[in-house]
Every structure is written in structure tokens, then in C-alpha cells.
Design a protein around this ligand. Structure first.
Ligand SMILES: [Zn+2]
Length: 330
């Protein structure tokens, strides 16, 4: 079944006052932008980003209403020139990210493809600003024993895949995915049935970290979600990615631009960018045609070439876990 996906784009006009694009919002446009009054802008780099006080959350209904208003105009935060390499995610000085392109499915509010940032049941609170949608800077799990729970509605094949993943993590990186103890474990990974795609929260949340799995999510995809759970972002969102890959903005629909934002250095674990250099050998990199229009390439190497992607974690991926968790005790 095709998802009834709503692309909800909230208004964060961080850099909009520096852009001269005053575009008429056309009937189909899904983007509305406002400039938060407390936003500070560094005109030289466009990279100094301050936390907005209130996250504006715009529903499709409101967007349509707005777009029908006569002479309504808006500045579009993502309308940098399409070859401009500086598409930076909005973040605060602690490295928490405030996504401006959100997908809502039955249960979750999702950003950057498959990262859970909120729950659909709180949508009123997000709209009113009572709750803020953000991707918190990833925290590591405090112990190498990571409790997990498998929901009853998970398929048998997926149960097997999760067990395989647990076995692999223990042998490769000595992380022990262990069935949770309902009386003792307050924080655990909860693999549960999701309505569409495969989603996860990034890093340790101190609470239940839900991994939502559509029936179609196979072992490689579940492993990718587990990497999110362990604290990893997508490779193409790295702050230093422009030294390794080129984003072909002209082949990407504007509503998907946010998939290719760069996250600020502060959003990554300490030393991660230095110690774990950009790599094509990772399960966390999008394929070259991801979110492209008509099967063109959206990502190529810095030399303009396509590349192959890993469907299972690589040696490099395991080394990254070993680096991140090197100080985490059993
Ligand atoms: Zn992902």
C-alpha cells in the first residue's frame, strides 16, 4: 500500500533574510519559511546557527490555505543555488538538529529518511510549540549490554534477522544485544511493527528506543536501523562529505533537499569525524540514486562517478563501532 505520506515542512528561515529569493508561493509549493526573531546569522559562512525558541510546525492544510492566499509570498530556506555545497542542517550549539522537512506516518514523525524525531500523537503539541521536534546529538549506550525487546507482531524472518544481528555484534564488536528484563530495563531497543518503511531513533535515549519495521524490512535494513540506534547518522550527512562526494541537486526534487543536508561538526560524537574518515564502505551511505528524479544520480563521488553500496555492515562499520564504544564497559 502506498503510504499516505505528508511532507510537512516547518518554517525555519534561518538564512532566508540573506537570500534574495522572494518567491511567490505557488499552488503546489510545500515550503513556507519564516525568520525566527532570535536567529543570528553569520553572513560570511552561513554556518553559525542558533537555536530557535519556537519550532513552527506547518500542516499541509495550513500550507494549502496559505498558498491560496492572494499575493502570499515566502522566502525559501533551501533555495540556495543548487550547486551550493553549504546546505547545512539547522542545529544549536550542542549539536541538536532541528529538521525542517518532516514525514508523518501513522505513529511517527520522521526526518532524514528514517530517523524518528517524534510521535504522531503529539502533533498538536508540535504545532503549538509545546513540544519541539529535534534530532538530539547522539548519545552512546552506557553499557555494552544493550537490552532489546521484539514485539509480537514482528515477522519470523525479522526475528531471525534480529538474532543474527545480535550474534554478529557480539562476535565483531563485543556489544551484547540481550533480551530485556521488563523489571529492570527501562531503556531498551524495541523492535516493533511499523506501518511503512523502517525507522529508528538515533543513539541512546534513556528510554525505549523504538525501531519500527514494516514487513518488508530485511536484515540489511534492520542492521542499518541498529546502527542508528548505536548513534550513527547517514554518511552523506557528514559535515565533511563535500570532500568525498558531490550532491547533484539538479537531479533531486526540492522537497527532498533536506535528505542531503550536512550536519554540523558538533552533532557528531567527539573525534568521530577525524577518527572515522568518510567512507563508501558503510551501510550508512545512501545509494547513488537515492531520492533522485527519474533514476538519475543524486550522489556521485567527488570525481563524478557512481559507487556501489554495502547491504550488510562492512569491516569499516564494525571498526567505527569499536572506536565509538571503546570506553564503554561491558
Ligand atoms: Zn537511515
Amino acid at each position: 500500500m502506498k503510504p499516505r505520506t505528508l511532507f510537512l515542512i516547518s518554517a525555519l528561515g534561518l538564512i532566508s533574510s540573506y537570500l534574495i529569493y522572494n518567491n511567490r508561493l505557488n499552488q503546489k509549493s510545500e515550503i513556507i519559511s519564516k525568520t525566527p526573531s532570535n536567529t543570528k546569522i553569520d553572513s560570511d559562512s552561513l554556518e553559525v546557527i542558533k537555536k530557535p525558541t519556537k519550532k513552527s510546525f506547518v500542516t499541509e492544510k495550513k500550507i494549502l490555505k496559505k498558498s491560496r492566499a492572494k499575493d502570499s509570498q515566502s522566502t525559501l530556506p533551501h533555495q540556495l543555488p543548487i550547486t551550493d555545497p553549504r546546505h547545512l542542517a539547522l542545529a544549536d550549539s550542542q549539536g541538536n538538529i532541528y529538521p525542517d522537512n518532516l514525514t508523518v506516518d501513522e505513529d511517527y514523525v520522521v526526518a532524514y529518511g528514517d530517523i524518528i524525531v517524534g510521535e504522531s500523537r503529539y502533533i498538536q503539541d508540535y504545532e503549538s510549540g509545546e513540544k519541539i521536534l529535534k534530532v538530539s546529538k547522539p548519545k552512546l549506550w552506557p553499557s555494552r549490554r544493550i537490552p532489546y525487546r521484539i514485539g509480537e507482531d514482528i515477522t519470523e524472518a525479522q526475528k531471525k534477522a534480529i538474532i543474527n544481528i545480535a550474534t554478529k555484534l557480539e562476535s565483531e564488536v563485543q556489544l551484547k544485544l540481550t533480551p530485556y528484563n521488563p523489571y529492570e530495563d527501562k531503556a531498551y531497543v524495541f523492535f516493533k511493527k511499523g506501518s511503512q518503511h523502517c525507522y529508528a531513533q538515533v543513539g541512546y535515549t534513556g528510554d525505549i528506543n523504538e525501531v519500527a519495521l514494516n514487513e518488508g524490512c530485511g536484515q540489511g535494513e534492520i542492521f542499518h536501523e541498529v546502527f542508528h540506534v548505536l548513534g550513527f547518522f547517514h554518511e552523506q550527512n557528514r559535515f565533511d562529505r563535500d570532500d568525498y562526494i558531490r550532491i547533484l541537486w539538479e537531479n533531486i526534487e526540492e522537497k527532498h533537499y533536506s535528505q542531503f543536508e550536512k550536519f554540523p561538526e558538533e552533532s557528531f560524537p567527539e573525534n568521530f569525524l577525524n577518527m572515522a574518515p568518510f567512507s563508501f564502505e558503510t551501510i550508512m551511505l545512501y545509494r547513488p540514486t537515492a531520492f533522485s528524479q527519474s533514476s538519475d544520480y543524486s550522489i556521485v563521488t567527488i570525481d563524478g562517478e557512481p559507487y556501489s553500496v554495502a547491504s550488510e555492515p562492512t569491516k569499516n562499520d564494525y571498526e567505527r563501532i569499536l572506536f565509538l564504544y571503546k570506553d564503554v564497559s561491558p
